[in-house]
Design a protein around this ligand. Structure first.
Ligand SMILES: Nc1ncnc2c1ncn2[C@@H]1O[C@H](COP(=O)(O)OP(=O)(O)O)[C@@H](O)[C@H]1O
Ligand SMILES: [Mg+2]
Length: 386
């Protein structure tokens, strides 16, 4: 197979350097476009290496919700760097990850005001065994899937999301404290809540409108990939399932904000009783169906794998449609896939500018990819064959 073509609208990773990240003390590795395979026994650092790239593109990990586990045991901070090349021009991305205080990001050795300013430069799509949670896990797993696409596509939504989270937290704290408020002070409480309602509705509606837009783009490529993976008659449905009825609401931020305000007003008493915010995008869900039936609770293991893979490939398509093609990361998945799914994936890899594959067993990796091979052993990475 010939090497994938890197056009002007694709970015590839030319180098990665890790200091005190996970089980890496110090490592520097150079890469080329096309397919890179990282092989090594379990627990050697294959996933840790690709996790560094994922972190630089999403400011998070596909494995953990907090930063602390990313820092090598006993170290104060981790430093993760990657050189991303686009159209022949390199951009150096750097992140200092601290456990107890704010992280620091640099682009081309210059500090940026907020870490989220590095988002959008390096885009990644990861497919890993953890992705079964997209089908079988909690709604939060699917919200995260959606928001990761959103933020990589339009980094400003990282700001919208953190504004929303902040307002939600403060509103919840206020609702919780309401039990302690004497009856005479209720008007003051209501007035304060109204202020939070307006902000929650404003940020929440922006997030909802953007998610609905993303779902609209994902649905058809996801269904197509699923059909190719599992047989043409199986139709995968991907729909936004909000916590409020928006069937008669146009999906614009203005209309959704109005609708959210109405819903908050209607459920205020219940919210005060329970001390928690019951409506808003933090309660929304992505509904996955197969021939109209919910996947969760019904799908077989094979169907679940196909659906998860179809969702990841669809996210690749949606990210590629808007700017550069992302880097595809296949973390330990070939051993899990049957020959039809493998074949489909190999076909996709052949037209992807840069792919990283990790595997514990060499024989699990399909042949004919024209790959560059690296051995990973105890936090050291070495290229094979010179
Ligand atoms: N913060 C950390 N400090 C030191 N070692 C770590 C840290 N986090 C994970 N590890 C080690 O990294 C190894 C797992 O690496 P990983 O990349 O997931 O393996 P694999 O090669 O199987 O993908 C384990 O041995 C684990 O103990
Ligand atoms: Mg692994």
């Amino acid at each position: 197979m010939s090497q994938a073509v890197v056009g002007p609208t694709s970015t590839y990773v030319r180098a990665v350097s890790l200091t005190n990240m996970r089980n890496y003390d110090n490592a520097e590795v150079s890469f080329t476009p096309g397919v890179t395979v990282l092989v090594g026994a379990n627990g050697q650092g294959k996933t840790n290496l690709v996790e560094a790239l994922i972190y630089l593109s999403t400011l998070g990990s596909h494995r953990v919700a907090t930063d602390a586990p990313l820092i090598r045991e006993g170290a104060e901070l981790a430093v993760v760097r990657a050189e991303a090349v686009r159209d022949g021009r390199p951009t150096l991305l750097e992140m200092e990850i601290h456990a107890g205080r704010a992280n620091k990001a640099r682009v081309n050795r210059t500090a940026v005001p907020r870490t989220r300013d590095i988002l959008g430069i390096l885009k990644t799509v990861v497919f890993s065994p953890e992705d079964l949670a997209l089908v079988k896990g909690d709604p939060s797993d699917r919200r995260r899937y959606l928001d990761d696409i959103l933020v990589q596509r339009q980094p400003r939504f990282a700001g919208v999301r953190s504004d929303y989270d902040r307002v939600l937290k403060q509103r919840n704290a206020l609702l919780k404290s309401s039990h302690a408020v004497r009856r005479g002070d209720r008007t003051e409480m209501d007035r304060t809540l109204q202020v939070w309602d307006d902000q929650l509705a404003e940020f929440g509606a922006e997030l909802m409108a953007a998610r609905i837009d993303i779902i609209g783009r994902l649905a058809s490529p996801a269904a197509q990939s699923y059909a190719a993976l599992a047989g043409a008659e199986a139709i995968l449905g991907v729909d936004y399932a909000p916590s409020i009825d928006i069937s008669a609401t146009p999906p614009t931020p203005e209309a959704l904000a109005e609708r959210l305000r109405e819903s908050l007003a209607a459920r205020r008493r219940e919210e005060l009783e329970r001390g928690i915010t019951l409506v808003g995008p933090h309660r929304d869900e992505v509904a996955l169906t197969l021939l109209g039936r919910p996947l969760r609770g019904y799908a077989s293991q094979g169907e679940s794998w196909s659906a998860a893979l179809a969702l990841r490939l669809a996210s690749y398509d949606v990210l590629a449609e808007h700017g550069d093609e992302p880097i595809l990361i296949l973390d330990d998945v070939f051993a899990e896939l049957d020959s039809v799914r493998r074949g489909h994936l190999v076909q996709r890899i052949s037209v992807t500018p840069q792919t990283f594959i990790t595997a514990a067993v060499e024989d699990d990796v399909p042949t004919g990819l024209g790959a560059h091979w690296f051995d990973v052993r105890q936090g050291a990475v070495s290229a094979r064959g010179g």
